[in-house]
Design a protein. Structure first.
Length: 378
């Protein structure tokens, strides 16, 4: 089986934010205990990568970024006897890779996995304390999640889920971050109830995916708020009942209150991570409302919260990071397979690996509707 796996592979390597990504030939990794190797079919381009590529969020370099992938399992490491995973399966891989061993993982809170933060998010390693990636000379290369912008990627088996045979595997790359994060925000962060009203502030790759999921949970009204009329038109097609362009609106709060009978929304999702989008999300909340922020700031950022309104109106801020991968990724795959999340329709552009930098540049300019993916077959 290993004989078919080449000893080297192409990967998008970040050595210096000033230079950007370069395609390099590096050693093909192999899985250790509790891990699998996938031949990457596609990797989505997420705004979180922009923070690392731009140097706003510190990460060890050199590194391979890219953290929402799909592909075929080509090698299974030891210790996977009870996972049901096997060579040949097509899978989706999640960015939030629980170690499966820590107290948080034991409690089912994969989203709070300590080793994921300490070893992977801070040091670019897996749970034996080393990275699987290396240059041809053997120098280590950090992994942001599984290092998905490469021809092959090692992923902990906690973090992959098989997809059905008739699945569009390339589009399925967006499940492991955009869709799983959206599901986590709705199901875990907001614990959305049927009949509740919702606003989504910033309807990019993650925010727009919240819309069909909130609809499937029974949201009565969904107000999409963005600065792009194109993205708002897409939001409406995905199920938003109202849209507000916050760049041109004279008063976003007044517009949201007008369509919600003067109450505001029960749940406001914030999916950009900037002070002004936090303010918007808090401003459109009803009494007793929940604000669920999922946007990550470009480094350490703070947002103002009005103390007395939060207290007197019993409003909550419920941060939500990814989801509970082991429970939620299979459910996200099911929602996609069932047509609830139109994962194919959310993918608007496909780039070959060589043009990945163009893809991120377009994302930074705000040009990408839904999600762009790197398609390894191009
Ligand atoms: N919590 C998590 O687990 C998690 C997971 C993935 C991504 N993220 C974060 O979520 C955020 C969104 O990621 P994405 O990939 O969807 O980004 P994206 O670039 O696809 O979308 C950003 C959207 O924001 C809109 N926008 C820009 N300025 C705005 C403004 N002032 N008001 C309203 N909308 C505005 C853009 O038009 C675009 O639609 C990022 O901060 C990313 O780091 C968090
Ligand atoms: Zn992401
Ligand atoms: Zn853990």
């Amino acid at each position: 089986m290993s004989a078919q796996i080449p000893s080297t592979m192409r990967a998008a390597v970040l050595r210096d934010p000033a230079e950007g990504l370069r395609i390099e030939e590096i050693r093909t990794p192999h899985p250790k205990a509790g891990e699998v190797l996938i031949k990457v079919a596609a990797c989505g381009l997420c705004h979180s990568d922009l923070h690392v590529l731009g140097g706003a969020i510190a990460f060890p370099l050199p590194a391979v970024v890219g953290h929402e992938v799909s592909g075929q399992i080509v090698e299974v490491g030891p210790g996977n006897e009870h996972t049901g995973l096997a060579v040949g399966q097509q899978v989706a891989g999640a960015f939030l890779m629980p170690c499966g061993q820590c107290d948080a993982c034991a409690a089912g809170r994969d989203d709070l996995c300590g080793p994921f933060f300490e070893l992977n998010r801070l040091q670019g390693r897996l749970y034996d304390g080393t990275t699987r990636l290396a240059t041809l000379d053997g120098d280590p290369i950090a992994m942001y999640s599984m290092g998905g912008l490469a021809e092959y990627a090692v992923i902990p088996s906690t973090s992959v889920t098989p997809v059905p045979d008739d699945f569009d595997v390339v589009s399925g790359a967006i499940l492991g971050c955009a869709a799983m994060t959206a599901y986590g925000a709705v199901r875990r962060g907001a614990d959305l109830r049927s009949g509740e009203t919702v606003a989504v502030v910033a309807t990019g790759g993650v925010g727009s995916t919240i819309i069909p999921i909130a609809k499937s949970f029974g949201a009565r009204q969904i107000v999409a708020i963005d600065v792009s009329d194109e993205k708002l038109a897409d939001a409406r097609a995905l199920g938003a009942t109202h849209t507000v362009n916050s760049a041109t609106s004279a008063d976003v709060r007044a517009e949201v209150f007008a369509v919600t009978g003067g109450r505001g929304v029960d749940v406001a999702f914030e999916a950009l991570g900037r002070p002004q989008t936090w303010t918007t999300a808090l401003d459109v909340l009803a009494d007793g409302g929940r604000m669920v922020p999922i946007g990550l700031g470009a480094g350490v950022q703070t947002a103002p919260v009005e103390i007395n309104r939060t207290v007197r109106r019993s409003q909550s801020i419920l941060g939500s990071y990814g989801a509970r991968t082991r429970q939620d990724l299979p459910e996200v795959v099911r929602l996609a397979a069932a047509g609830v999340v139109d994962y194919r329709g959310l993918v608007s552009r496909r780039y070959p690996l060589e043009q990945v930098a163009d893809g991120y540049a377009a994302l930074r300019r705000g040009e990408i509707r839904g999600r762009a993916v790197v398609d390894m077959s191009l």
